[in-house]
Design a protein around this ligand. Structure first.
Ligand SMILES: Nc1ncnc2c1ncn2[C@@H]1O[C@H](COP(=O)(O)OP(=O)(O)OP(=O)(O)O)[C@@H](O)[C@H]1O
Ligand SMILES: [Mg+2]
Length: 244
């Protein structure tokens, strides 16, 4: 479980971007943050992975207050972020790219070998394309490899920023499968998604942000079906109610 308590954060000397953020992302569930550009969604993830130190308030993983921890300390607690703009090493093979995710524990060879084997079971693409250079993959396939790389450390919590950005529908589908696989293995997922319909369909819980604050939290399916939210995000009623 990730808990944000009255979280205030900002960049450099500028004003506060997060102005008192409160919500909980339940354990072993998928929580999706939605909201307009500049709402502070990515900033919440950065505060959780330690890339940005909170100015006030708290971030807790379970009962563990990580507000003042470094990114490395947070990583050691099993929290991994897949950032908005990531990227693979194009000239390295798929296997090499995935194995780089275990760099901080590179001496634990047996454990890393076992984990790699588990990931090839979870994502057959990794086994099929293991020796191919990452440059030869499609956008969606690269996301899967980035995902697998983040999972090499067997995280308890995965933070995903805009995982579908630039992906075609087929790749989005592959990515959804990957998130479901993560969910099925008991990992807590906190994601940010511009594609509101995609994000809320995949998620159990939803958080709506605007202007550095939380406007709403609740069941993702209920939010998707809510006509007021449909108006806010899509400018119209959701598709299923238009069809009826
Ligand atoms: N590194 C930075 N330095 C200064 N300001 C930043 C930085 N990163 C983000 N901001 C500002 O913080 C505010 C919130 O940004 P954030 O990236 O969290 O929004 P977001 O909700 O993820 O938006 P988007 O949907 O565009 O990704 C914006 O006004 C942005 O300009
Ligand atoms: Mg963002």
């Amino acid at each position: 479980m990730i808990t944000f308590k009255s979280l205030v954060a900002g960049y450099g000397r500028s004003g506060d971007i997060l102005r008192g953020v409160d919500f909980t992302a339940p354990q072993s569930a998928v929580t999706c943050i939605v909201g307009p550009n500049g709402a502070g969604k990515s900033t919440v993830l950065k505060a959780c992975s330690g890339l940005l130190r909170p100015r006030d308030g708290q971030v807790l993983i379970g009962d563990d207050d990580i507000s003042h921890c470094s990114p490395a300390q947070i990583l050691r607690r099993g929290v991994v972020q897949v950032p908005q703009h990531h990227g693979l090493f194009p000239s390295l093979s798929v296997r090499e790219n995935v194995m780089l995710g275990a760099y901080v524990q590179r001496r634990e060879r047996e454990r890393n070998r076992r984990r790699y084997a588990e990931l090839t079971d979870l994502f057959p693409l990794i086994a099929e394309r293991a020796d191919d250079r990452a440059a030869s993959l499609s956008g969606g396939q690269r996301r899967i490899v980035e995902f697998a790389r983040a999972l090499m450390l067997s995280p308890r919590v995965v933070l995903l920023d805009e995982p579908t950005l630039g992906l075609d529908p087929k790749a989005c589908h592959q990515l959804a499968e990957a998130v479901r696989t993560l969910h099925g293995s008991g990992v807590t997922v906190l994601m940010v998604e511009q594609n509101v319909r995609f994000g809320l369909t995949l998620a159990d819980h939803a958080v709506v942000m605007e202007g550095g604050r939380v406007l709403h939290t609740g069941d993702a399916g209920a939010l998707l079906a809510d006509p007021d939210m449909a108006q806010l995000f899509f400018g119209a009623a959701p598709r299923h109610s238009q069809a009826s």
